[in-house]
Design a protein around this ligand. Structure first.
Ligand code: SAH
Length: 398
């Protein structure tokens, strides 16, 4: 077994069970391991700290599979055990009424103790992402274990996320087990129906992390005129119309996503005449609307990741400030802004400050009436605070 030996004093984060070993903390790697191979991790004094997967090309040089002095044992057995724990606990909470909800994240990478492995369930389909060398290495064993644990045998791979590049892995998609997926899979979320394109949609097909937040926003929709920015396939639009919104204008730069949004509305028998779909750039369209003196009673801002890493935080902050400022200006008195950031690099406190600055510059008095986070099937391990990526605020202006 290859060994990774840390520099003196660099064992501290591992003692707190943080799963990442950065290249700068590594004194030496013995035994010539290949990409994704399992390493024994030792402190400079030679104490065993645990076991990790080797990522020779990434600045996160190793990711911990297990902590402590115990042997790791058989890797297939070890992984399927961890996967079972992650899956069963979540299914128990969310899948107990499948006519209400039949789709969820089953495995949430580091926060489930399985670095680089994402598995989402869409009704009877599983979609997996193998984002690190370690996850990639055990793809076959993981696929077999998924089928065994869930009883589902249609498993599709969507390892086409950019982060794989940092690991020296190329994008890969395709059938891992079972059949080629249909063009769309129909799912239930809080009793509403959505079409998901698991082959070509964003991420694994749908933004499952916003499930509870769509419901939270719906509570403010009744009789309101809604502007749904960064709509994707109309998640917030469907919820708002189901909640009795007077009108919902949805904006997205993807025509395909908006087309799916229209179909999602139909699927839920919601009034098409109350929905408007605009294929446009949100930054530009908000300015046009401001110049036309348009007004809304509820605005949703759910942009893509502006800052995937800490390095892009400043540019991201400008982007968030810009759209939030414009949104505050477009609100009627008493209006509601539901604003999100899914940038891992932008922490909750910073996001709140950006939104506060935006309100100040827009000249509105605003209050936070709700703090939002990612849905519970996207847990945040306490030893891995980086796992908190989705932050949301519901604000009301006076
Ligand atoms: N609110 C959605 C998820 C939004 S994901 C839901 O609940 O499912 C972010 C979306 O923003 C994507 O659909 C992407 O196409 C769109 N997008 C990215 N940049 C954009 C821009 N500048 N203007 C408009 N849409 C944009």
């Amino acid at each position: 077994m290859a060994k990774l030996i840390l520099k003196p004093g660099r064992e501290k984060s591992l003692m707190r069970r943080h799963p990442w070993v950065f290249s700068g903390a590594v004194k030496q790697v013995n035994g010539n391991p290949g990409s994704g191979d399992t390493l024994e991790v030792l402190s400079a004094k030679g104490e065993r700290l645990g076991w990790a997967a080797f990522s020779p090309q990434s600045s996160i040089r190793a990711r911990m599979w297990a902590f402590g002095e115990e042997e790791l044992g058989d890797m297939t057995f070890f992984l399927s055990n961890k996967m079972r724990i992650a899956i069963i606990s979540k299914e128990k909470d969310l899948l107990n009424n499948q006519s209400l909800n039949n789709s969820m994240r089953l495995i949430h990478a580091e926060s489930d103790g399985l670095p680089g492995l994402i598995v989402d369930r869409y009704d009877q389909w599983l979609v997996a992402q193998f984002l690190t060398a370690g996850a990639e290495k055990w793809k076959h064993e993981i696929t077999q274990a998924l089928a065994e644990i869930t009883g589902l045998t249609n498993i599709y791979e969507r390892s086409d996320a950019d982060v794989r590049e940092l690991e020296g892995l190329s994008p890969t998609t395709g059938v891992l087990m079972g059949a080629q997926p249909p063009e769309t899979v129909e799912i239930s979320e809080n009793g509403l129906r959505f079409l998901v394109d698991i082959q070509k949609g964003h991420k694994t097909g749908f933004y499952l992390d916003q499930r509870d937040n769509r419901l939270a926003v719906q509570a403010y929709a009744k009789d309101r005129r809604v502007l749904n920015c960064f709509s994707y396939t109309g998640g917030f639009a469907v919820y708002c119309l189901a909640g009795g919104a007077a009108q919902v204008v949805s904006i997205d730069s993807s025509a395909d996503a908006l087309e799916m949004g229209k179909r999602n509305l139909e699927l839920n028998h919601l009034p098409a005449e109350k929905a408007e779909w605009m294929c446009a750039d949100v930054f530009q369209e908000l300015r046009t609307m401001r110049d036309r003196r348009e007004r809304f009673d509820l605005i949703v801002l759910d942009p893509p990741k502006f800052a995937p890493t800490v390095g892009q935080v400043q540019a991201a902050a400008r982007g968030y400030k810009d759209i939030n400022l414009l949104a505050f200006k477009l609100l009627n008195p008493g209006g509601i802004l539901a604003t999100f950031s899914c940038s891992g690099g932008v922490e909750r406190a910073l996001f709140q400050k950006i939104v506060a600055d935006a309100a100040l510059d827009a000249g509105v008095d605003a209050q936070i009436i709700q703090h939002l986070s990612q849905a519970p099937d996207h847990p945040i391990a306490l030893n891995f605070p980086e796992g908190e990526y989705l932050k949301g605020l519901i604000c009301r202006i006076s």
